[in-house]
Write a protein that binds this ligand. Structure first.
Ligand code: ADP
Length: 411
């Protein structure tokens, strides 16, 4: 039965070859518009246009004596159009039997025999329902579903009806677009907004509390007023630090793809960062020790951004590694296949292994209380990572509990 249907469709397609081409181009345009992907448009255009251009002006020649219409695969133009498509695609007849499956569909969902019903491969209830509704109504359908096999992915599945121009012999195209990456970015963005609001809400709530107390119970208590105003100043300073860091991140995101074009000598740069942080290190009882070569070490970079990188790393080493009492900054020039690199090492409590890979995530802290008490925003290392990405440089973190941490920047 399936074979008979297949044969009938193939014969009809051979007769309506040009109409089919137009329909394939129509479907391609529809899907490309839906997927919003220039790659899709390019693939479709490349696949379909040459055959249209080659055939449109010349009437199709009569088949040679030994060449029957049945020998020509009527789906070959459609197959060519979808073969290079990196999303899984099925071409279905009006009963949802598979006429064609592209290599991506084969790879992801496994092979299916031509003529088999699509339900053999597509068992997800939401997708099966959408296919049934589309077939019953004759309209296009679309549904989103989360697959766990073969891997965790979110797909947008579209079923598009292709209507050849003489109105007979329609078929369907079922296309799976992997939107996992887009969903992941959406989730990251909303997590980021939630975290940023939470970080701002805490000092705001405390400010509100103090203002109410100053207006009410502490109205005439001069001593309490002074104490509360000092705490309020601290909270306001914390909020402006957070806003500054957020602004830094957003500026860096805007120019993420532009590699910096200036030549920067790391020797004086590290010297001046160490000088600027000497008062903080002094307050914390930490000695900053510089190990710099005599000769200049030049890298392509942005001086202000690199200053920010080393300020963040050295300040963290002084704050979190305070009990080690010393911070070593070692600059090694490029040599024997090794790129120039700078290591900032402290001898504090170190960082547990499970935290290390996540330290450069926004708002991630190994210890929230310790970060807050040390005036941290949780954004310092995220900023470092952004700047280094723009500089085509890498941050390598090595840490051992009880022994300290070493943050190395490799250019
Ligand atoms: P913060 O503003 O909290 O310091 P960062 O992004 O600079 O944020 O650092 C993230 C977290 O990494 C810190 O909260 C801290 O837990 C940990 N951390 C960073 N540097 C060190 C270090 N030298 N020693 C121990 N922990 C560190």
């Amino acid at each position: 039965m399936a074979r008979q249907v297949g044969k009938a469709v193939r014969e009809w397609m051979a007769r309506h070859f040009f109409s089919l081409l137009m329909a394939a181009a129509g479907v391609a345009a529809l899907i490309a518009a839906g997927t919003n992907s220039w790659v899709a448009v390019a693939v479709m255009t490349l696949a379909v246009l040459p055959s249209l251009a080659a055939r449109a002006p010349v009437p199709a020649p009569a088949p040679a004596a030994d060449e029957t219409p049945a020998a020509i695969d009527p789906l070959r133009e459609v197959k060519a159009a979808f073969a290079g498509f990196d999303s899984p695609v099925y071409v279905l007849d009006l009963k949802a039997n598979v006429l064609y499956q592209n290599p991506s569909a084969q790879h992801i969902f496994g092979p299916v025999d031509p003529g088999q019903h699509i339900s053999v491969k597509v068992r997800m209830p939401v997708v099966a329902d959408m296919i049934r509704d589309a077939l019953a109504s004759g309209r296009n359908g679309q549904v989103e579903f989360a697959a766990t096999v073969p891997s965790e992915s979110v797909y947008l599945v579209r079923m598009v009806r292709a209507e050849p121009i003489d109105g007979a012999g329609a078929f369907y195209v079922l296309i799976f677009r992997d939107i996992s990456e887009a969903r992941r970015i959406d989730r990251m963005r909303s997590d980021f907004v939630a975290n940023a609001s939470h970080e701002l809400r805490t000092p705001l709530a405390s400010l509100r509390g103090f203002i109410e107390t100053l207006l009410g119970p502490a109205k005439n208590d001069v001593k309490a007023q002074e104490r509360f105003l000092n705490i309020m100043l601290e909270q306001v300073t914390r909020m402006s630090r957070l806003v500054d860091d957020l602004m830094s991140l957003s500026r860096l995101e805007l120019k993420a793809r532009l590699a910096p074009g200036d030549e920067v000598d790391l020797v004086p740069l590290l010297g001046s960062v160490a000088d600027a942080l000497a008062p903080l290190a002094g307050d914390l009882g930490v000695e900053i020790r510089l190990h710099l070569p005599e000769e200049p070490v030049l890298v392509m970079g942005d001086r202000d951004e690199l200053t920010q990188v080393f300020e963040n790393l050295i300040e963290n080493a002084c704050k979190y590694g305070q009990e080690g009492k010393a911070v070593d900054i070692k600059l090694e020039p490029a040599a024997k296949g090794q790129a120039a690199h700078v290591t900032v090492a402290d001898y504090g409590p170190g960082i547990a292994e499970e935290h290390v890979p996540r330290l450069t995530e926004r708002f991630y802290r190994a210890n929230v209380e310790s970060s807050r008490s040390k005036k941290g925003t949780g954004l310092g290392l995220a900023i470092v990572k952004h700047i280094l990405t723009r500089h085509r440089a890498r941050l390598v973190i090595k840490s051992e509990l009880g022994k300290g941490s070493a943050f190395t920047v490799r250019f």
